[in-house]
Design a protein around this ligand. Structure first.
Ligand code: MN
Length: 355
C-alpha cells in the first residue's frame, strides 16, 4: 500500500494521492567501479558514453557531484529527498547506460548483482522503493532468465533497458526472448534514453545536443519506432513498453506516422517496412505507457493525455538528474479532477508496475 506523504508545499497535510515517481535512477558501487574503469581505460568506442557518464562520474561541478553521490544512495539520503518533495515511492532503474556498455559476461554478472542489491533495498523500504530489473541484452536468453528470476524471486516489477545496446536495437529478433519473457510475466519493459550510438552521434556532439536536452529523445523515439515498424507488437500483442519524457516527442507525430507508414507500405518502398496489423498510432495508444520525467509542463502533459489516452500518462521525476521541488508543485497544479489526478500520480503506476 502506497501512502500519501505531504511535500513542503502541502503545508503539513498529506495530499489525496500518493506521488509515485516512476523513472528514478540509481547506481550500485560495482557498476560505478566498472563504469569508471571503462572511462579511465577508454575501453569502448562510444563517444556518447564518455560525454554522458564520463561527465557525471568525473566532473567536479556542483551538479555532477550531487548526481554521482545521490545515484549511489538507496537509503536515508534518498528517502529524505523524497520526503522533502512529497514523493511516496520511487520506481528505481539502473542509470544509463547501465550494463549495456560491457562485454556480455561482465554485463550478465553485474546485472544479477545489481538486481540482488536493488531487491534488498526494496525489502528494506517496501513502502518507498520498487524496482525494475537490470538485464543484459548482449546475452538475450540469459537476459530473459534474469528478468524471470528478478520478477518471480526478487519481486522486481519489470525491466529497465537503456535503449540501444552497443548500437543494436531490440527490434532485432535475436533479442525477442526478452519480450517473450516480459509478456508472459506480465511486466513492462521501460525503455530509457541513452546517448546515440557512434554511427549517429556526430552532429549531436558538435553542438552539445547528444544528451537529455535533445539527443536522448531522438535516439529513444527511433528505438520506439523500430519496435513498432519491425512488428514487435504484432508478434507480442500484450507487451507493455514504458517510456519517459512524455513519449520522446512521438505523441506529436501520430498523424504523420500513420500517413507516411501507410504510403510507404502501399508503395512497397522498403523491404524493411512491411504491413502491420494495426496503425502506428494504435501501438502507441495500446502498447505504451508514458511518464512525465523531466517534462512537468502542463500544455505537453495535457496534449499527450489527449492523444494517447489519459489512462496512459503517469508521473515521474527523474531523480537525481531532475530534483526540483517546483516541478512537483507544477504537477500538482495540473487542471485535472480529483480522480484523474489520483490516477496520474498513483493509480496508473500501481497498475502498470503491479504495486
Ligand atoms: Mn531518466
Amino acid at each position: 500500500m502506497v501512502t500519501p506523504i505531504p511535500a513542503a508545499h502541502d503545508g503539513g497535510v498529506a495530499p489525496p494521492y500518493a506521488r509515485i515517481a516512476t523513472e528514478e535512477a540509481f547506481m550500485t558501487r560495482d557498476v560505478y567501479a566498472a563504469t569508471r574503469r571503462v572511462i579511465e581505460e577508454h575501453a569502448i568506442d562510444d563517444p556518447g558514453f564518455y560525454a554522458l557518464q564520463g561527465h557525471y562520474l568525473t566532473s567536479t561541478s556542483e551538479r555532477s557531484t550531487f548526481i554521482a553521490s545521490r545515484l549511489q544512495d538507496l537509503g536515508d539520503r534518498r528517502i529524505a529527498d523524497m520526503d522533502a518533495t512529497g514523493i511516496s515511492m520511487q520506481i528505481l532503474g539502473l542509470t544509463a547506460p547501465g550494463v549495456q556498455i560491457f562485454d556480455a559476461e561482465t554485463a550478465v554478472s553485474l546485472a544479477a548483482a545489481t538486481n540482488d542489491e536493488l531487491a534488498e533495498a526494496c525489502r528494506r523500504h517496501p513502502d518507498r522503493f520498487a524496482g525494475l530489473a537490470t538485464i543484459a541484452p548482449q546475452a538475450p536468453a540469459k537476459a530473459a532468465e534474469e528478468l524471470s528470476r528478478a520478477v518471480t524471486q526478487l519481486g522486481l516489477k519489470g525491466a529497465m533497458i537503456n535503449s540501444h545496446t552497443r548500437g543494436e536495437y531490440l527490434d532485432d529478433p535475436k533479442f525477442w526472448d526478452i519480450f517473450e519473457a516480459a509478456q508472459s510475466l506480465g511486466v513492462p519493459v521501460y525503455i530509457h534514453p541513452v546517448t546515440p550510438p557512434p554511427n549517429m552521434i556526430g552532429p549531436f556532439l558538435e553542438r552539445g545536443l547528444e544528451g537529455a536536452i535533445f539527443g536522448f529523445a531522438v535516439e529513444t523515439a527511433l528505438h520506439m519506432m523500430r519496435l513498432i515498424v519491425g512488428g514487435v507488437f504484432d508478434r507480442f500483442p500484450d507487451l507493455t513498453i514504458t517510456v519517459g519524457h512524455l513519449g520522446e516527442g512521438l505523441p506529436f507525430w501520430l498523424y504523420r506516422l500513420d500517413y507516411m507508414h501507410k504510403a510507404s507500405v502501399t508503395a512497397k518502398r522498403y523491404e524493411a517496412m512491411q504491413p502491420l496489423q494495426r496503425k502506428v498510432s494504435d501501438y502507441l495508444k495500446e502498447n505504451f505507457f508514458y511518464t512525465t520525467s523531466g517534462m512537468p509542463w502542463e500544455p505537453a502533459i495535457l496534449y499527450t493525455r489527449s492523444v494517447v489516452g489519459a489512462d496512459r500518462v503517469m508521473y515521474a521525476m527523474d531523480y537525481p538528474y531532475e530534483y526540483v521541488a517546483e516541478e512537483v508543485v507544477m504537477s500538482d497544479a495540473l487542471p485535472l479532477d480529483a480522480e484523474e489526478k489520483r490516477a496520474f500520480f498513483q493509480g496508473i503506476a500501481e497498475k502498470v508496475f503491479s504495486l
